[in-house]
Design a binder for this molecule. Structure first.
Ligand SMILES: *[C@@H]1O[C@H](CO)[C@@H](O)[C@H](O)[C@H]1NC(C)=O
Ligand SMILES: *[C@@H]1O[C@H](CO)[C@@H](O)[C@H](O)[C@H]1NC(C)=O
Ligand SMILES: *[C@@H]1O[C@H](CO)[C@@H](O)[C@H](O)[C@H]1NC(C)=O
Ligand SMILES: *[C@@H]1O[C@H](CO)[C@@H](O)[C@H](O)[C@H]1NC(C)=O
Length: 505
C-alpha cells in the first residue's frame, strides 16, 4: 500500500483507507542487481524513501539482503520465484518449504506485496515450465494459506509475446494454444484470488524512426483503430488496450492489470541510435510517471490506474549485451539521477527539462525495420534449440542487424576481431537454463562451470549459461545463428573472461 505523503489528510484512524485512494506521487521500480558497484540495499531503501516518490520495488528473486533492508520502510517489495523452481512448487509440500525459507523470515516486517511465480515463462519456456505455471501459482497461494501468511498476492509477469500479432488492439487476441490452455485458467485464478494480471509492455521494442514520437509520448498523428474508432496517440496505451481486449475476448475483462516492467535505455551502441538517448529515456519515463499519477488510464480503460514498475532502478554494469542493456537505469550506482524522470521528491529534482540534450540525428545505418507494429512481435527464423513460440518476443531489444557490420563499438579491441556469445540481459533464467542444458548436452566442455571449476563462481544460471553458450558458439563454427538460442543470445567483441575463468574464442 502506498505511503501517503499528504500530512493534512492523515487522520490516524483513516490512514489505511486514505492510502488506498490518495495514491499521489508514487511509482514502482524494478530493482535489478546485475552489477558489482551498487550501493548496499539498506542505503538504497533509505534513498528511495527519503529522496524519491518511488514507493514500491520489484526484484527478480527473493534476495534476503534486500528483503531485510526494506523491513519497516513502508515500501512494498514484490519477489520472484526463480523459474527453475516452478515444477517443484506444484507440490504443496515444496511450496510450503519455499514460503517458510524465503517469505516467513521477512514478513510482515518487510511488506511483501506479490510473489511472482517465474518471469515471462510463456515467452521463454521451456514447455514444462509453461505447463506447470498455473498449477504452481495455485499451489503457492494454497501454501501461503496453510502457513497462515495473509496479505501477499500471487501473480506472474508476461511479455507481450502472449498476444497474436495485430496492427490494432481490436484485432488482437491471446496466442492460440496459450489462450484457452493456460491464460484462461490463470485469469480465472486471478479473478478468484483478486490479484492482477501482470504484463511487461515495452514501446521501446516497437520503436522505429517513423513511429518514434508514437512510442515516446510525443506529438504524432496517432494510430487509428477502425473498429473501436479510437485514435491512439501513444504505443503504451495501445499495448495495454491490446491486453485488455484479449482478456475480454476470453471473458476476463474484469481482472485488474498491472505493469511489471516498462522503460527506456538512455544510451546505446551506434546501431541503437537514435533510439537510445537521455532525451528519449527522459521523454518516455517522464511521461509515463506523469500519466501514472494522473490516473487517466487508457482509451478503453479510462480512469483505471495500473500499478507500474519502471525498468530499472539502476544502470547495471554487469549485464551482457549491447550498451543499451546496461543503461536502462533511472540512477547511477552513486544514486545520482541519469536524467529527470520526475521521480525525485519536490525540491530534490536533479535537472530541469531544458538541460536534456537534444536527440541526435538518425544515422543512415539504423537497422530498425520501418514498419514495426506496436503489438506485433517480429517473426523470426525458428530456433533449432528450443520449442519457443513462432513469434519473436516483443521484449527482445536486440536489432536483427549485427553490431559487427556497424561502426565498431568503442570498447571493442579493434585488432583482435574475436567474438564471444553471451546471453541477452532480458533472457530469463528459464531460457538460460534451457540453453545451458542444451549446450552442455552437445558435447562441449562444461567442467569449468561445475563445482571446483574455474568458472563455477558466480554460481548463477546466467553465469553458467554464458560460459556454455559461448563454448557452444565457438565449437559450432562461430556463425551468428550459433549464438541465436531462440533470440536469447547475442554476440559481443568484448572478452568476457574474468579472473581464472577463460571464455574460449
Ligand atoms: C525439487 O525438490 C527436490 C526435493 O524436494 C529437491 O531435491 C530439488 O533440489 C528441488 N529442485 C529444485 C530445482 O529446487
Ligand atoms: C482491482 O484492484 C483494486 C484496487 O487495488 C481492488 O480494490 C479490486 O478488488 C481489484 N479487483 C479485482 C477484480 O481484482
Ligand atoms: C515529434 O515530436 C516533436 C516534439 O516533441 C515535434 O517537434 C516533431 O515535429 C514530432 N515529429 C513528428 C514526425 O511528428
Ligand atoms: C479496418 O482496416 C483494415 C485494414 O487495416 C481493413 O481491412 C478493414 O476493412 C477496416 N474495417 C473497417 C470497418 O473499416
Amino acid at each position: 500500500m502506498a505511503v501517503p505523503y499528504c500530512p493534512i489528510m492523515l487522520a490516524a484512524a483513516t490512514l489505511i483507507l486514505l492510502a488506498a485512494v490518495t495514491t499521489v506521487h508514487s511509482i514502482g521500480v524494478n530493482y535489478g542487481t546485475l552489477a558489482d558497484n551498487l550501493p548496499p540495499p539498506a542505503q538504497v531503501a533509505q534513498f528511495l524513501k527519503e529522496k524519491t516518490i518511488i514507493d514500491r520495488i520489484k526484484i527478480f528473486d527473493a534476495n534476503p539482503d534486500i528483503l531485510r533492508a526494506f523491513a519497516n520502510t513502508g515500501i512494498p517489495v514484490t519477489v520472484t520465484v526463480p523459474n527453475g523452481e516452478i515444477p517443484n512448487l506444484t507440490d504443496v509440500h515444496n511450496a510450503r518449504r519455499w514460503i517458510v525459507a524465503n517469505i516467513k523470515p521477512f514478513y510482515p516486517q518487510t511488506q511483501i506485496q506479490y510473489i511472482l511465480v517465474g518471469n515471462e515463462i510463456l515467452h521463454w519456456g521451456p514447455q514444462n515450465l509453461r505447463d506447470d505455471l498455473v498449477a504452481a501459482m495455485r499451489t503457492i497461494f494454497k501454501a501461503l494459506k496453510l502457513e497462515n501468511v495473509e496479505g501477499i498476492q500471487v501473480s506472474t509477469a508476461h511479455s507481450l509475446a502472449i498476444l497474436e500479432p495485430a496492427d490494432t488492439p481490436s484485432t488482437t487476441k491471446f496466442r492460440a494454444g496459450w489462450d484457452v490452455g493456460i491464460l484462461a485458467p490463470m485469469l480465472e485464478f486471478h479473478r478468484i484470488v483478486k490479484s492482477p494480471f501482470m504484463v511487461n509492455p515495452y514501446p521501446y521494442f516497437g520503436y522505429n524512426e517513423a513511429k518514434a514520437n508514437f512510442t515516446l509520448f510525443q506529438p504524432n498523428k496517432g494510430v487509428f483503430d477502425n473498429e473501436t474508432k479510437i485514435l491512439y496517440n501513444n504505443m503504451f496505451d495501445m499495448q495495454l488496450d491490446s491486453v485488455y481486449i484479449s482478456m475480454k475476448k476470453l471473458g476476463f475483462g474484469d481482472v485488474n492489470i498491472s505493469v511489471g516492467e516498462t522503460g527506456w535505455a538512455s544510451q546505446g551502441e551506434t546501431f541503437e541510435q537514435p533510439k537510445c538517448s537521455v532525451a528519449n529515456a527522459a521523454s518516455y519515463n517522464g511521461a509515463l510517471v506523469k500519466k501514472y499519477e494522473s490516473g487517466s488510464g487508457t482509451p478503453l480503460m479510462p480512469g483505471r490506474k495500473f500499478e507500474t514498475y519502471i525498468f530499472a532502478l539502476f544502470n547495471e554494469n554487469q549485464k551482457p549485451g549491447s550498451i543499451a542493456e546496461r543503461n536502462f537505469g533511472l540512477f547511477y550506482p552513486n544514486l545520482s539521477p541519469v536524467y529527470d524522470a520526475g521521480v525525485m521528491r519536490t525540491g530534490a529534482n536533479p535537472a530541469t527539462n531544458p538541460s536534456i540534450p537534444t536527440q541526435p540525428a538518425a544515422p543512415a545505418t539504423n537497422p530498425t525495420p520501418t514498419v514495426a507494429p506496436a503489438v506485433k512481435p517480429t517473426p523470426t527464423v525458428a530456433p533449432a534449440t528450443k520449442p519457443t513460440p513462432t513469434v519473436e518476443p516483443t521484449t527482445k531489444p536486440t536489432p536483427t542487424a549485427e553490431p559487427a557490420t556497424k561502426p565498431t563499438p568503442t570498447a571493442a579491441p579493434a585488432t583482435s576481431g574475436k567474438k564471444w556469445c553471451l546471453p541477452k540481459s532480458d533472457a530469463s533464467d528459464a531460457a538460460l537454463q534451457a540453453n545451458l542444458d542444451y549446450a552442455c548436452g552437445q558435447g562441449i566442455d562444461c567442467k569449468p562451470i561445475q563445482p571446483g571449476g574455474a568458472c563455477f563462481t558466480p554460481n548463477t544460471v546466467r553465469s553458467h549459461a554464458s560460459f556454455a553458450m559461448n563454448s557452444y558458439y565457438q565449437t559450432q563454427g562461430r556463425n551468428d545463428f550459433n549464438c541465436d538460442f531462440s533470440g536469447t543470445g547475442s554476440i559481443t567483441t568484448i572478452d568476457p573472461s574474468n579472473g581464472g575463468c577463460t571464455y574460449v574464442s
